[in-house]
Design a protein around this ligand. Structure first.
Ligand code: KIV
Length: 288
């Protein structure tokens, strides 16, 4: 039986009933299939694909077209999962019109269920405009990787009382602007707990502790695929890099030694055709 697709009202019910929402990133068709089979509640086609798929040093170079293409693949792999498209750098910062147009592209071209954009007080007009267009919006406060340069690097936010107050103000502004869900990234759990008590919309965490309505991790981190670095909040549930490298090394060894391919992995001629084939070639004067 096909999995029941959860929608926004289900996430509000889960919050009310204190049932945690499970969320991972996904960038491609096979991973989306695995995620749907595993029963994930939501998937984010994050602009982290810049680092996890394309090998860029950060998320800034990622384009709208790349995001749309990866959303399309994830939608095909997980037709019964709530999929969120992540708006890349400069797809929404400059003006409301551009923000609405680009948010709309995610829905029209990739059939996602919602979009996510980074920022608090400073993106309030963009959130209002996108929500007014009828699009489900996920806000994102705390560490916002697209502006990590301005934040002094990929650093935890809200670690002093004043900095924590700013994160809370951002979260309240995002909710007041009409966002339907909010992600808090890389802040201490005490700050997330405060936000969770202050807000009525579901609050999700990535590296922001347990006191909220659900968790997000980057799939490439939690399966042990992304090798460049491991953030403090990442828990590795597998080490697929090790598994893949072992399989590839074994393949190289077997090709070099002639163990692969064996006849088991070869197509066979139809019974009696090999003899006929040799006779045919002989009759044509071919030298064997
Ligand atoms: O792009 C992404 O995966 C994200 C997470 C880091 C929250 O925005």
């Amino acid at each position: 039986m096909a999995k029941k697709k959860l929608m926004l009202n289900d996430f509000y019910l889960m919050k009310k009933e204190s049932r945690k929402i499970t969320w991972l990133t996904s960038y491609d068709f096979p991973t989306a299939q695995f995620a749907e089979a595993a029963g994930l509640d939501m998937l984010l086609v994050g602009d982290s694909l810049g680092m996890c798929v394309y090998g860029y040093p950060g998320t800034v170079p990622v384009t709208m077209d790349q995001c749309i293409m990866h959303c399309e693949a994830v939608r095909r792999g997980a037709p019964n999962t709530f999929v969120i498209g992540d708006m890349p750098f400069l797809s929404y910062q400059t003006c409301n019109e551009k923000a609405v147009e680009n948010a709309g592209r995610f829905l029209k071209e990739a059939n996602v269920d919602a979009i996510k954009l980074e920022g608090g007080v400073r993106v309030v007009p963009r959130i209002k405009a996108i929500v007014e267009a009828g699009i489900v919006v996920v806000g994102h406060v705390g560490l916002t990787p697209q502006s990590s340069g301005a934040l002094g690097g990929h650093k935890a936010q809200g670690r002093t009382a004043e900095a924590a107050k700013l994160v809370v103000e951002d979260a309240l502004a995002v909710q007041d602007a009409g966002a339907h869900l909010i992600l808090v990234e890389a802040v201490p759990p005490e700050v997330t707990r405060y936000i969770h008590r202050a807000l009525t919309i579901p609050v999700l965490s990535i590296g922001a502790g347990p006191h909220c309505d659900g968790q997000l991790l980057i799939v490439s981190d939690m399966i042990g695929q992304f090798q460049a670095f491991t953030a403090k909040f990442v828990k590795k549930y597998s080490n697929v890099a090790e598994i893949i490298i072992k399989a590839m090394s074994e393949y190289c060894g077997e090709v070099r030694s002639g163990v692969f391919p064996s006849y088991e992995h070869c197509y066979r001629m139809i019974e009696g055709e090999e003899q006929r084939f040799l006779e045919l070639m002989q009759s044509e004067g071919a030298k064997l």
